[in-house]
Design a protein around this ligand. Structure first.
Ligand SMILES: NC(=O)c1ccc[n+]([C@@H]2O[C@H](COP(=O)([O-])OP(=O)(O)OC[C@H]3O[C@@H](n4cnc5c(N)ncnc54)[C@H](O)[C@@H]3O)[C@@H](O)[C@H]2O)c1
Length: 434
């Protein structure tokens, strides 16, 4: 076994974390807090400066934690990727978005692999953490890394270990969420397992990187499909005059064989809306069509259109048209209590409402401004007067800090896409799925 093995055990291993975003920064801090020296690398000078100044831009990493690891000299950020030569293990956490036509956009993984290849040292362990289709580590990353002249599994070690973090989740963190690792050979798996055991309570080795890659995408497909199923049920309940929320509550009483998923205005974030397409795309190489994935994406992506249609109908029954209606969207983050607006359905809803000439404003205590196709928008103050002046208030994100009683008391009409007004009384409330 390589000497990195002893270095991990003696806690003298140095870890490089590439990409200091939602995944990379918490990981870098977790390794530092476990007593390892960490070099954080990013292409954005601003992020690097903020990290070195102890200023966090990721809600899950408090400034107190960041300052503490900096004070102990356990974390340093840099844009200088030649310093990858100095570390023993390299965890790559760069973005894996989609192109406009929803094909995998692997340019970040490819360009970072080229950089790592340039500075690769004998004995180093490289781990890809970015979510991607099965085969990326072996078919895309490995050949680029071997351009260094070093041989995988012999001169250096290579594994895939998907990041499982759930931003904003206070209960499950890097430490208590099981971490999957799959190496290109037995030694790579063993080394990756040993490395992650330093920050995660449970590390689960699998037979190869492809299994680890598919596991992560499958977890996200599972969520996407189940959310689509319950979104479809919400549509049906609207037609049948039943409440999907009541049905879910009743179904959830079954102690086995069921777990609740909830309908909403659509899916957002960097994972659930994107990752299933990575698999659907790869599957085509095998003349295979992942029908569940496509169907779920179709249903989930239609939800913002459905929300806008419901608002249009509600205004219509009140003798108003959407054209010129004053509409306040509450919450633009893709889920509660976080500041992330990537792929947020609220942005789509705002865009669609504006295209129909509605006068749209938004409030989100976590997001001071947003960019939509029509330009920049600022979050408005959520005052009683503001609520009362609207033709419709749309609850799009159920941030815990919102006083829904106050919203319902002040607004003329509330369209609740999250089911958070259940238990409140008022004939001005209309809910998705009812
Ligand atoms: N956000 C999540 O909840 C989450 C959860 C699990 C997995 N993931 C996956 O993890 C990966 C990273 O996602 P994220 O949310 O942290 O993205 P992010 O956009 O928040 O962060 C990525 C960072 O990488 C940097 N970067 C880009 N190219 C680089 C390069 N060549 N060298 C150094 N830095 C570079 C960017 O500047 C950015 O700071 C994605 O594959 C994503 O699907 C995300």
């Amino acid at each position: 076994m390589a000497c990195i093995d002893e270095k991990i055990r003696s806690r003298s291993v140095e870890v490089g974390v590439v990409g200091l975003g939602y995944v990379g920064l918490p990981l870098a801090v977790a390794f530092s807090e476990a007593g390892f020296r960490v070099l954080g690398l990013d292409v954005q000078q601003k992020r690097v400066d903020l990290v070195n100044q102890g200023k966090s831009y990721i809600a899950d990493v408090s400034e107190a934690r960041l300052s503490s690891v900096l004070a102990n000299n356990l974390l340093e950020a840099t844009t200088d990727q030649s310093r990858l030569r100095e570390v023993d293990a390299i965890c790559v956490c760069v973005p894996t978005p989609l192109t406009k036509t929803k094909d995998p956009e692997l340019s970040y993984v490819i360009s970072e692999s080229e950089v790592v290849s340039r500075y690769l040292q004998k004995g180093q362990l490289v781990v890809l953490e970015s979510t991607t289709y099965p085969g990326t580590t072996r078919e895309v990353m490995l050949p680029i890394l071997e351009r260094s002249g070093l041989k995988t599994g012999q001169d250096f070690y290579l594994a895939f270990s998907p990041e499982m973090i759930d931003p904003g989740n206070k209960k499950y963190t890097i430490k208590n969420t099981p971490k999957i690792v799959g190496g290109i050979n037995h030694e790579s798996t063993k080394l990756a397992q040993l490395l992650y055991q330093q920050v995660a309570d449970i590390v689960i080795p699998v037979s190869c990187p492809e299994v680890a890659e598919l596991t992560k995408v499958f977890q996200n497909v599972f969520r996407s499909v189940n959310i689509a199923l319950v979104n479809e049920l919400a549509h049906l309940c609207e037609k049948m005059g039943l409440s999907v929320w009541e049905v879910i509550d009743a179904a959830s009483t079954k102690p086995f064989g069921y777990m609740p998923f909830y309908p909403g205005p659509g899916i957002g974030g960097h994972c659930i809306p994107l990752d299933p397409y990575y698999l659907a795309n790869k599957a085509r190489e095998f003349d295979f069509h992942t029908r569940f994935i496509e169907l779920a994406a179709e249903i989930n992506e239609h939800m913002p259109y459905h929300v806008v249609f419901r608002i249009l109908e509600l205004l219509n029954t009140r003798g108003k048209s959407l054209n010129g209606a004053k509409i306040l969207v509450l919450g633009v983050a893709y889920k509660k209590d976080i500041e992330d607006t990537r792929e947020s359905p609220s942005l789509k809803i705002i865009q669609l409402l504006r295209e129909k000439a509605a006068e749209v404003s938004y409030n989100d205590p976590y997001v001071p401004h947003i960019h939509v196709p029509a330009g920049r928008m600022e979050s408005v103050e959520l005052s009683g007067e503001c609520l009362a002046s609207m033709d419709c208030v749309v609850i799009a994100t159920d941030h815990s800090c919102y006083d829904m009683g106050e919203v319902v008391a002040r607004a003329k009409l509330v369209f609740d896409t999250r089911g958070v007004t259940r238990g409140l009384k008022g004939n001005n409330i209309v809910r998705l799925g009812e």
